[in-house]
Design a protein around this ligand. Structure first.
Ligand SMILES: *Cc1c(COP(=O)(O)O)cnc(C)c1O
Length: 219
């Protein structure tokens, strides 16, 4: 299925004026569709599954910036380091520790976002406020090979806009207070998807992750 070019250009313009970046979520979309968006100049793509990401990264241009936005298992960290720009779904101390360990082995520093659980649904991954605090208070010398660039969150899947807006406001509040605390390199607030990005932008998101709106529904 061809990508929605008009939608992309309109969205891009809107996001540029709101100083927000766009991650095109290409999970379960074809290499051809990704290539179409690439040819329009787009470089930031989000993937959820390790094997799929590796296969796509191998057959697409090397200047694509891949974002890992899915739930990452610790035993798979090794496979994606050096390939992904940003690991967005860091949802446990264990995972962050493993990313740090593998990055150290490779002699690199990996950019990460901490995923916070903001939705009502139990099924969505993410840290609670306490776990987030614990990670942020960990001495910087422990995590020399990761750079925590900000927060990521997914709102509840509901038609209740007030609920979604409240969840985004909550995450934005956490983001602002951490940033206000003077934390270095902390400058990304990743929230908003096809169905709720307007609410996310209103709450202060500066990175949205959009799939179906650009690519159509997933295979
Ligand atoms: C799939 C996915 C998206 C994109 O969802 P759409 O509704 O297709 O825009 C965004 N973020 C995450 C974490 C996802 O898994």
């Amino acid at each position: 299925m061809p990508i929605n070019k008009e939608q992309y250009l309109t969205l891009k313009k809107l996001l540029d004026t709101s100083h927000s970046s766009l991650i095109a979520v290409s999970k379960m979309q074809t290499v051809e569709s990704i290539r179409e968006l690439y040819d329009l100049g787009h470089r930031d793509f989000g993937e959820n599954y390790v094997q799929e990401l590796l296969a796509k990264a191998e057959s697409l241009p090397g200047d694509i910036r891949w974002h890992f936005i899915g739930h990452l298992q610790s035993n798979k960290v090794k496979q994606i380091l050096g390939i992904v720009q940003l690991i967005q779904g860091v949802d446990s101390l264990k995972l962050l520790t493993e990313i740090n360990r593998q990055a150290e082995k490779k002699g690199m520093i990996q950019d990460c976002l901490l995923q916070v659980h903001i939705a009502r649904e139990e099924t969505k991954f993410g840290l609670d406020e306490q776990e987030l605090k614990r990670i942020l208070e960990t001495d910087a010398s422990v995590f020399r090979n990761v750079r925590i660039r900000g927060l990521m969150g997914m709102a509840s899947l509901t038609a209740d806009e007030k609920q979604v807006a409240d969840e985004f406001e909550f995450l934005a509040g956490l983001y602002k207070s951490i940033r206000g605390g003077g934390r270095k390199d902390f400058d990304i607030l990743s929230m908003g998807m096809s169905g709720d990005y307007s609410l996310a932008l209103k709450a202060g998101s500066n990175m949205v992750r959009i799939g179906s709106l650009l690519f159509g529904s997933r295979r």
